[in-house]
Design a protein around this ligand. Structure first.
Ligand SMILES: C[S@@+](CC[C@H](N)C(=O)[O-])C[C@H]1O[C@@H](n2cnc3c(N)ncnc32)[C@H](O)[C@@H]1O
Length: 298
């Protein structure tokens, strides 16, 4: 079945929709979790494939995204519940909802185009606003606070680790010596002073992504989830994870392998699936997407 281009209010086009649906949904009466509901792009399709006994639980750290998701989902059906939490709370949320286990869980990691394009969030190097970068703007430490509290060596280490940027040390040096480091422009200038001009936009994007991963503790969040999700699936229940960063994909791959050796897990995607060239042509975000899926077996 093909699902075509899915329109949501606001600008985010969900990736690999047909692939997600074919792996995730096994029972239209089931309960499904979208742990990164965003604007509801995938959730909308999941909800439309469920019957009146089915239910969708949507989770996102970003309250602004959830308000948009609520509107998008309400156009499709009423059997959904949204939670402004982290997907690491999935176990507690399922319990609060009144279930023990669910039929499928989807994670579509990273950030949405709406977050990236919002000038006030600090995610994009094209922006003008404050260096925030938090998915949940009500909690946690902003990029500005992290860059001011960490040492130069710590900043160099995490930029190198998450972006493999060879000028990481020089960038950290210029971040610490900048007159101020409070806006996107200040960070962009420190990177500009530290790196050669060729492919500079890619350098900006990689370093901004590295800082965002640090601000939101994204790899640890994923590790916590991967250690626990198997306990949340019913027998035959599916997990589908789309990642956009090689370190995330590696964590998923290793977690699936480990579960497989413990005998109650079947890996459904021998290699990660990638988007088709047609999809990449119409949705550039899908270019770096890697999808892995598995099933809890008894
Ligand atoms: C790529 S977007 C999801 C887009 C969504 N699949 C759609 O089609 O609209 C990723 C979302 O995950 C959210 N997110 C990131 N880390 C999270 C976490 N630990 N828990 C819950 N949501 C998270 C972000 O706020 C963002 O809205």
């Amino acid at each position: 079945m093909t699902y075509g281009v899915v329109k949501t209010i606001s600008e985010h086009q969900p990736v690999m929709v047909s692939e997600v649906m074919s792996y995730l949904i096994t029972d239209p009466s089931g309960v499904y979790v979208d742990g990164t509901v965003g604007l509801g792009g995938h959730s909308k399709i999941i909800l439309s494939s469920l019957n009146q006994n089915g239910h969708l639980i949507g989770i996102d750290r970003d309250n602004n995204a959830l308000s948009v998701a609520e509107e998008n989902l309400a156009r499709v059906g009423a059997n959904f519940s949204l939670y402004n939490r982290s997907y690491t709370d999935t176990a507690v949320i399922i319990k609060e909802f009144g279930a023990q286990t669910v039929n499928g869980i989807l994670l579509d990691l990273g950030l949405s185009s709406a977050q990236l394009n919002d000038q006030n969030r600090g995610f994009t190097y094209n922006g003008v606003g404050a260096l925030d970068m938090r998915f949940n703007q009500q909690f946690g430490i902003t990029a500005e606070q992290i860059l001011s509290s960490k040492t130069e060596a710590e900043i160099a280490d995490f930029i190198f680790l998450y972006s493999e940027e060879r000028y990481a040390k020089k960038i950290a040096y210029n971040i610490k010596r900048a007159e101020k480091m409070v806006t996107v422009d200040d960070l962009r200038e420190a990177i500009r002073r530290s790196t050669p001009p060729n492919k500079r936009n890619r350098t900006f994007a990689r370093v901004f992504q590295a800082i965002r991963i640090m601000v939101n503790d994204e790899l640890d969040q994923l590790r916590i989830f991967l250690d626990n999700f198997i306990n949340l699936l019913s027998v035959g229940g599916r997990i589908v994870i789309i990642s956009y960063h090689s370190l995330e994909d590696r964590l998923v791959k290793l977690a699936f392998k480990k579960l497989k050796t413990e005998d109650h897990f079947s890996i459904l995607t021998k290699k990660p699936l990638v988007a088709t060239s047609d999809e990449i042509a119409t949705n550039s975000r899908s270019k770096s997407a890697k999808l892995r899926a598995g099933e809890y077996i008894n």
